[in-house]
Design a binder for this molecule. Structure first.
Ligand SMILES: Nc1ncnc2c1ncn2[C@@H]1O[C@H](COP(=O)(O)OP(=O)(O)O)[C@@H](O)[C@H]1O
Ligand SMILES: N[C@@H](CC(=O)OP(=O)(O)O)C(=O)O
Length: 440
């Protein structure tokens, strides 16, 4: 069985949904099709939830009405028969009735998650109505019946496997299953999600749970490119990446993949293909266990980084200092991305401000604490990149004019990372495109 995931841009217009239907029926293979919300919907739902959190019900109502109008016209173009239009209308009625009801009740975090789930529920139901109208047999598998995370927000793969296999076994004669990406249930049984962009993660978890033969991530670009196409002019798709290379790129900002989406596939050695819905014949990128050579494959940038420097003469010749500092981050479940040390100071980067205040308070006794917001990690990724001598030379030549805050070299054989102030991100990606790939 294969898993095919279609992102927001691949289902964001009625004609795109029609193309997705063609793609999933191009062969007779059994498949689970994972859909995101229509592009822009989750952002709108976040805005609605924010208005409600701010107590601004009038604004929330306006935002709900605007989104509803969008869905009404989407349905008009998606399906043509009276029966299908009536079904689509009933779905839109149901979900917007829900959004209108929550205007009347007091807002809380569980409700927030319920709001955010509406996008994937709508897209999958509407797509199923279209498939039915087009005479394509498919079964809708509700993700909330099988996808779950534990109290640490970690996916429960064995449980997902048991529940999903049972659902599929009940319908053995079917070969196209549709489900929602992104949404899941948490340890309390409430509706939750796998964080923004999480449909890729859903696809990978489903692939791992059913030991799929392949996971396909269909998006609006022909695979992983060597650099961020939103920032540099000339980029090219990479034919093949190893799981390690892809994981580094996803984690360090290549938006095409959710940061956590590689490990489930890697654990079960399931190939992942990145493909373009708008150009299905393009080769895309295949991600498999082994790399197909050494050296730089791509550059990526991760925004929203905070650098924390702890300076203390007590660190001089002392042991146990770093452990005490790390324990503070562990206590607040805040992962550290980069770390550099000298005899009297340690610099650390994090990407979450959730517990920043408490962390800073607990770091104060260790020395002088300095903070830099608005930083970006730029990562140079490729198998054995750190062991390829010419690369470090080219890297330093390229960034000669860029003020660099931190450099991490040697932590991973596949990654060299530098930290720059966010205002230098674009320039850094551009000079690296020239210096490492000889492209503008
Ligand atoms: N290195 C990269 N290679 C390919 N795409 C990238 C890269 N870095 C950023 N992107 C962006 O990722 C986008 C696809 O991801 P996303 O918008 O999440 O798609 P989807 O809606 O299909 O999930 C592309 O349109 C592209 O602009
Ligand atoms: N709809 C969710 C989940 C997702 O993965 O979307 P996309 O596949 O369009 O990145 C989001 O916007 O975060």
């Amino acid at each position: 069985m294969k898993v095919l995931k279609f992102g927001g841009t691949s289902v964001g217009k009625p004609e795109r949904m029609h193309s997705v239907a063609q793609l999933i029926t191009a062969d007779q293979d059994a498949k689970i099709v994972v859909l995101s919300a229509l592009s822009g919907t989750t952002n709108s739902l976040v805005e609605i939830a924010q208005s409600l959190a701010d107590g601004n019900k009038a604004q929330a109502k306006q935002q709900i009405d605007k989104l509803e109008a969008h869905y009404r016209s989407f349905c008009e173009a998606l399906v043509k028969t009276d029966a299908a239009r009536a079904e689509a209308k009933a779905i839109v009625d149901e979900h917007f009735e829900f959004l209108n009801i929550i205007l009347k009740i007091s807002f809380n975090e569980a409700l927030n998650k319920d709001i955010l789930a509406q996008g994937e529920l709508l897209s999958t139901k509407l797509f199923t109505v279209y498939l039915q109208e087009a005479g394509i047999k498919a079964v809708l598998l509700p993700a909330l019946d099988f996808m779950s995370i534990d109290e640490f927000e970690e996916p429960e793969i064995p449980r997902i496997k048991t529940r999903l296999t049972a659902l599929i076994d009940q319908q053995k004669s079917e070969h196209i299953f549709i489900t929602q990406g992104y949404i899941c249930r948490n340890a309390k049984g409430e509706v939750d999600n796998l964080k923004r962009g999480g449909s890729d993660y859903s696809a990978s978890l489903i692939g791992a749970a059913i030991q799929a033969s392949e996971i396909q991530i269909w998006t609006d670009i022909d695979g992983m490119h060597n650099n961020d196409p939103r920032v540099v002019k000339k980029t090219f798709p990479i034919d093949q990446l190893s799981f390690d290379e892809a994981a580094e790129l996803a984690y360090f900002g290549a938006k095409i993949l959710h940061p956590a989406s590689i490990w489930p596939a890697q654990h079960f050695n399931i190939p992942v293909k990145l493909l373009n819905t708008m150009q299905p014949e393009a080769k895309g990128t295949i991600i498999t266990e082994l790399p197909n050579g050494n050296g730089v494959k791509a550059v990526a940038a991760k925004d929203g980084i905070i650098a924390i420097k702890i300076k203390s003469s007590r660190m001089l010749l002392a042991y146990g200092f770093l452990r005490k500092i790390f324990e503070v981050f562990e206590k607040y479940r805040t992962p550290i991305d980069m770390i550099t040390t000298s005899e009297v100071a340690v610099s650390i980067t994090i990407d979450s401000t959730a517990h920043l205040e408490q962390i800073l308070k607990e770091l104060q006794p260790f020395g002088t604490v300095e903070l830099d917001h608005h930083q970006t990690i730029v990562s140079i990724v490729g198998n054995e990149v750190a062991a390829t001598p010419s690369i470090i030379q080219k890297l330093f030549d390229s960034i000669a004019e860029i003020p660099v805050r931190m450099i991490s070299y040697g932590g991973s054989r596949h990654n060299i990372s530098i930290l720059v102030a966010a205002q230098y991100k674009d320039k850094t990606l551009q000079v690296l495109n020239k210096g490492l790939f000889n492209l503008e």
